[in-house]
Write a protein that binds this ligand. Structure first.
Ligand code: GCB
Length: 617
């Protein structure tokens, strides 16, 4: 009887509409670390829940003893079948997969629990902010659901002012479900490890009653002698004076917020030094409103696409790039701190890069800040990868939400030049377009509406017009500012000798970034330059690619695939792969392969030459 009842309830729950509180959270608090915050990082109690026992207990019969309430048995007959306090701990922020061998391939639900004490003075507000948790996250405070978030790589927050116990420990319970789903973004199939868990920091953010929720302080793309932007206040803030200060440049302005708490900013920027990879100048910026002060470090630069060139601060630039995953050198886990990300950026710099493609999803919030600091131009990407449900409105709403969170989070970062809306999404079968084109156009429009100071791109696929001609004519190209294209001549697309005779053509007068190219090699495997998997073959492939790329007249940059070997469940070949994609220029432990030096040599030559395109020399 019971199992049957449970099955019925299970089916009912699966079909039930989402209750009201399961909306996406309110607009983000931008730059939470710009004010004093309390970190909730550390060891959290966890329960692995493959059958979603905790969730169905909540949704179907939200009993007094449900997991979300973190209850203890109150009497000898009070049945409580879980115990957070006695359950093992996991580190936050970190993926769970690499913390315990039994979790390496786990993709279900894990419940996290911790307590905190936070005395909050009357009139102050408190938020709990998550830097990112993969993939679906549900949060309860003191037994009350705060909400749910979908998407593994972008931040979200909940206000907890009225739910907080001011003088007693508060119970924070979080369910993270890493299951891949057909309607999700990304979908079920991807070439990287599906790292689950609270992979990024959790913060308590305390604010005054009226506070700075969001702000944009960027050069006006139409008139870069000025800063144009706005400050958005939250909480009864009409008429509140809002001040923007850049002390080093002796710049300051004050304006009053309108009835919606919004204050438009314009400020003379003619004396500000421009940010560039060679001179990554950042200014201390303060936004002050009522009792709230936010500090940031912001760089100022322009980025444009004209004809087939990209211009940084009005000068043509060739992007000497490298693509990467957010995975650490050495231990190969989801990157947890600045040090691990810096190690990847240092390698990119050693290669001679001025550009990084942060594939295939938004990285930690701190990462574009590091790129600002070290001087790397960034391509940031949404995980709209391969095939997703382009005809599903809920999938589009989800992708749009992730796009909005990414752009809202990062649009004050000078390093970010490109918003990429997709990677290798196959064309619609109808020549004029179909659901895929409509879906991606909606994302492009949204990106342009949210930010007119950056270029929108996507990594496209090409086709052969004839055996000697590759044509970039994906209908999506018409809507992009810059074309990305992935090609694997010499690897998936054989033979390598083809690179000598191929001519590249484009249907668009737009810059092209070759967003992927490459081939695999097992570090330390030496042999014939005709045999796949040897360092010598990969080296030969890079030489042939460089020779071909240098002949593409509309090429504005490259980001070969990939900086470091990375974990992927799609790569099982024993000895050669062992569940790693081996297209890295360095191995997972950081050992440089021969091809690294080929690319480094090319980048040195390019850096020494000021002309913007290799094809013009
Ligand atoms: C691609 C994908 C990338 C893969 C790569 C590969 O085209 O964009 O995510 O990892 O190919 O190695 O096959």
């Amino acid at each position: 009887m019971r199992p049957r009842l449970f099955a019925l309830l299970f089916a009912a729950a699966a079909a039930a509409p989402l209750p009201a509180q399961e909306r996406a959270p309110a607009p983000l608090i931008v730059n939470p670390r710009g004010r004093d915050v309390v970190s909730l990082d550390g060891r959290w109690h966890t329960i692995v829940d493959p059958y979603e026992t905790g969730y169905y207990d909540y949704r179907l019969r939200p009993s007094a003893n449900g997991w979300f309430r973190n209850q203890k048995s109150k009497s000898a007959t009070d049945l409580v079948e879980y115990d957070f306090a006695a359950s093992p701990e996991l580190a936050v922020p970190a993926d769970w997969n690499t913390q315990r061998p039994d979790l390496m391939l786990y993709e279900g639900a894990v419940w996290y629990q911790r307590t905190f004490v936070h005395p909050l003075a009357p009139g102050r507000r408190l938020f709990v902010w998550f830097g990112g948790a993969n993939y679906q996250t549900r949060v309860w405070l003191n037994g009350v659901e705060l909400g749910m978030h979908e998407g593994g790589f972008t931040p979200f927050d909940f206000e907890i002012t009225s739910r907080l116990r001011r003088d007693a420990p508060n119970d924070l319970v979080v369910e993270v479900d890493a299951r891949r789903r057909l309607d999700a973004v990304p979908m079920v199939n991807a070439d990287w490890w599906n790292y689950g868990g609270i992979t990024r920091s959790v913060l308590l953010v305390e604010t005054p009653a009226a506070f700075v929720r969001d702000y944009v302080v960027q050069l006006d793309s139409r008139d870069p002698r000025h800063i144009a932007g706005y400050v958005q206040l939250d909480g009864g803030s009409a008429g509140v004076p809002v001040q923007l200060r850049i002390p080093e440049a002796k710049l300051s302005m004050t304006v009053r917020a309108d009835a919606n708490g919004r204050a438009a900013l314009t400020l003379d920027a003619s004396k500000l030094a421009r940010w560039s990879p060679g001179s990554p100048k950042l200014y201390d910026v303060q936004v002050i409103a009522g009792g709230d002060t936010i500090r940031d470090r912001i760089g100022f630069r322009t980025i444009e696409a004209r004809g087939h060139q990209i211009f940084l601060n009005g000068k043509p630039i060739f992007l000497r790039g490298i693509a990467m995953h957010e995975e650490s050198l050495g231990s190969s886990h989801r990157i947890r701190d600045d040090g691990e990300q810096r190690a990847l950026f240092s390698l990119a710099k050693e290669l001679g890069a001025n550009f990084v493609r942060l594939a295939h999803y938004p990285y930690r919030e701190e990462t574009p800040r590091l790129a600002d600091e070290v001087g790397l131009i960034v391509w940031e990407e949404l995980p709209v990868y391969w095939t997703i449900q382009f005809d599903n409105p809920a999938t589009l709403a989800n992708a749009k939400n992730q796009l909005e969170e990414m752009i809202t989070r990062d649009r004050n970062r000078a390093s970010i030049a490109f918003w990429s809306v997709a990677n290798e999404t196959p064309r619609d079968t109808a020549p004029g377009g179909g659901p895929r084109l409509a879906f991606l156009r909606a994302l492009i429009d949204r990106a342009h509406a949210l930010d007119h100071t950056r270029l929108v791109t996507a990594a496209l696929e090409h086709r052969y017009a004839d055996p000697n001609t590759i044509l970039i004519d994906d209908p999506l190209g018409a809507y992009l500012d810059v074309l990305g294209n992935n090609e694997y001549l010499g690897w998936y697309d054989q033979p390598l000798a083809k690179t000598e005779r191929i001519t590249w053509k484009s249907a668009y007068d737009k810059p092209l970034v070759m967003s992927e190219l490459g081939g695999a090699a097992k570090a330390g495997l030496h042999g014939s330059a005709d045999s796949l998997w040897t360092e010598e073959y990969q080296e030969r492939l890079y030489r042939a690619q460089v020779a071909m790329l240098a002949r593409i007249p509309f090429l504005a940059g490259v980001s070969p695939w990939v900086l470091k070997d990375f974990r992927s469940p799609r790569r099982p070949l024993p000895v050669l792969q062992d569940y790693f994609n081996r297209k890295g220029l360095v191995s997972d432990s950081g050992q440089k392969k021969k091809a690294f030096y080929v690319l480094q040599q090319w980048y040195r030559t390019l850096a020494a030459d000021s002309s913007a395109s290799p094809a013009t020399r």
